[in-house]
Design a protein around this ligand. Structure first.
Ligand code: C5P
Length: 276
């Protein structure tokens, strides 16, 4: 049974519970739900993208927030958004910006929402809360069973190929997952600038974005961490892990690094120009 069928079974049982006298539902409310029924009734899960873009980028040493710095002729975030825009399976792309952000967006298909928070986790949580609230009033909006792909504005080297690879790998998965890379180097633990331990690297991965989860499940996972100020939540997968799920690892690309420090801008510029 794929995940859409599971959603379908739940939808049928939910409808029967809510409205056992539904004249269109002639079956015994306790009768087994057939897989065929479930597949017909299952809302088709759609994919939406949410781009946290409310950081100040203090480590980048730039005057304005790093996501608006020009790289290879356009702002870093526009490179990111162009990659997302080229994936036809994404219904809508929403960018979470800070409440004081006055950036002018050159593309109408991008929707900025001004609800960024103090941390990345808070920005994602606020954005998702707004989208799900809108979805309650409008079926075209994000529904809890829809997939949400969260992608850092600062990962401007993502490509449609990698985004599609993630969607293909997760669309039928019960949990969802993320792009990541097996750790290539030896991992050391430092104490006061000196090595105290070498860790085995065989089972270690570097997490990237996009990270793709059901909107309702991700929202619930983040909601349970609000009272702790999202402590320990450094990406969506960590929130899902703390909620008891095991996200799927999908091999990404070394080029999909997060532009963080000054030298990263030079590398990103070179790579983007080499693609032109
Ligand atoms: O700071 P860092 O590079 O780790 O941020 C990753 C992404 O999260 C960036 O795209 C940044 O704009 C976003 N972010 C956010 N709200 C914050 C902090 C970071 O949307 N408060």
């Amino acid at each position: 049974m794929n995940s859409n069928s599971i959603v379908g079974v739940l939808a049928i049982l939910y409808r029967r519970t809510l409205n056992p006298s539904d004249p269109t539902d002639l079956s015994d409310p306790f009768a087994a739900v057939s897989l065929q029924d479930a597949e017909i009734t299952a809302p088709v899960a759609r994919c939406f993208a949410l781009v946290p873009c409310a950081g100040s980028g203090s480590r980048a040493g730039t005057v304005m927030p790093k996501q608006y710095e020009l790289i290879a002729g356009q702002s870093m975030v526009m490179h990111t958004l162009n990659a997302l825009l080229s994936v036809s399976r994404l219904e809508k792309i929403v960018v979470v910006v800070s409440p004081t952000d006055s950036h002018v967006w050159p593309v109408e298909t991008i929707r900025p929402i001004k609800c960024g928070g103090a941390t990345r986790a808070e920005s994602v949580f606020n954005g998702l809360t707004q989208l799900l609230a809108e979805g309650e009033k409008n079926p075209e909006g994000v529904q809890p069973s829809d997939w949400i792909l969260v992608h850092d504005a600062a990962r401007c080297l993502i490509t449609d190929l990698e985004i599609n690879r993630l969607i293909d790998a997760c669309l039928d998965d019960e949990v969802g997952g993320l792009l990541a890379l097996p750790l290539p180097d030896t991992l050391k633990v430092a104490v006061n600038g000196r090595i105290s331990e070498t860790l085995p690297r065989q089972d270690k991965w570097l997490a990237q974005t996009p990270q793709m989860f059901r909107a309702g499940a991700l929202h619930a996972a983040l909601l349970s961490k609000v009272s702790e100020n999202f402590d320990g939540i450094t990406d969506e997968a960590s929130a899902m892990e703390m909620a008891g799920f095991a996200p799927k690892l999908v091999v990404g690309s070394p080029h999909n690094f997060k532009v963080t420090y000054p030298p990263d801008f030079v590398l990103a510029e070179d790579l983007l120009r080499s693609r032109a």
